[in-house]
Ligand binder design. Sequence first.
Ligand SMILES: Nc1ncnc2c1ncn2[C@@H]1O[C@H](COP(=O)(O)OP(=O)(O)OP(=O)(O)O)[C@@H](O)[C@H]1O
Length: 265
Amino acid sequence: MTASAAAVASVRDVSKTFGARKALNGVSIEVAAGEMVALIGPSGSGKSTLLRSITGLQNIDSGAGVIEVFGQTVQKNGRITGQVRAARQKLGMIFQQFNLVGRLSLFSNVMLGALGRIPGWQGVLGVWPSADKRQAMEALHRVGVSEYAAQRANTLSGGQQQRGAIARALVQGAQAILADEPVASLDPVSARKVMELLVELNKRDGLGVIVTLHQVDYAIRYCDRVIALKAGQVVYDGPSTALDTKQLIDIYGPEFEDAFWETKT
Ligand SMILES: Nc1ncnc2c1ncn2[C@@H]1O[C@H](COP(=O)(O)OP(=O)(O)OP(=O)(O)O)[C@@H](O)[C@H]1O
C-alpha cells in the first residue's frame, strides 16, 4: 500500500477560539505523505485542537484559515465542507483511551474499520464479507495481537487495545494515522511497542503519521520531524535531531528540562 502523493495535511493560517482563549493562533503546517511527525508542547498548547481540526471533528474560526487533507478541503472560512467524509476515510484516528467498544471482541472492533465501505445492514447484523474478515485477521496479525481476536476488548491490556485500534485503522484503509497521545496511558514497554509499530507502518507501508506526545524523548527517538506548539502557535518545526536543550526550555520552560532529558538514551 502506498499513500497518495498529496500532503496528508495542509493547515494554513488556522485559528480556533474558545471564549476568550485562542487555542490555535495562526497555525500553518504542512505534513507530506509518508512523513512521521511528532506534535509536542505543554499541556493546553493546542495539540489536540489541531488534530481535531484536521479531522473536521471541530470547526476552526472563520477567516482566512484553510485545512486540506490529501488535497481535499476539509475546512474553509470556519465551515466544515462536504469533503470531510471522504477525507476522514483516509485518516485513522488513534486516541489515548483506545476507543474500542469494550463489550465487543477485538475482531469485531477491528471489523468496524470496514463499516465505511460495506452496506449498513451488513454491519449492523455483523454479516461481514469474507475478504474483509480475512483482512481484519491479517491486520491483527500484523500488529501482533491475532491470538486475542475472540477476546472482549475490555479484558485486554492497554497495549493490546491500542494495537487493536491501529489494526482497525489498517482495515479502514487509512493512508495516514493521526494519533492523539497514543502512549500516554501505557506502561513503558507497551508504549515502546506501539511507537515501534507506528514507525514500521510509516517506513514499510508509507503511512503518514502525526502523533501528539508528552514524552519529548519519544518524539526525538521515533520521529524525524517535530512540530512544537506553545500557546496555540508553532514555535518549532524541524528535524527532531536539531532540537536542543535551549529550544526545549523555550517550549516548556526551565522546570521541565531535567524530566525531559532524564529518560533520553
Ligand atoms: N471544547 C473546548 N471548550 C473550551 N476550551 C477548550 C475546548 N477544547 C480545548 N479548549 C482549550 O483550548 C486550549 C488547547 O487545548 P488542547 O486540548 O488542544 O491542548 P493540548 O495541547 O492537547 O493539551 P494536553 O496536552 O493537556 O492534552 C486549552 O486551553 C483548552 O482548555
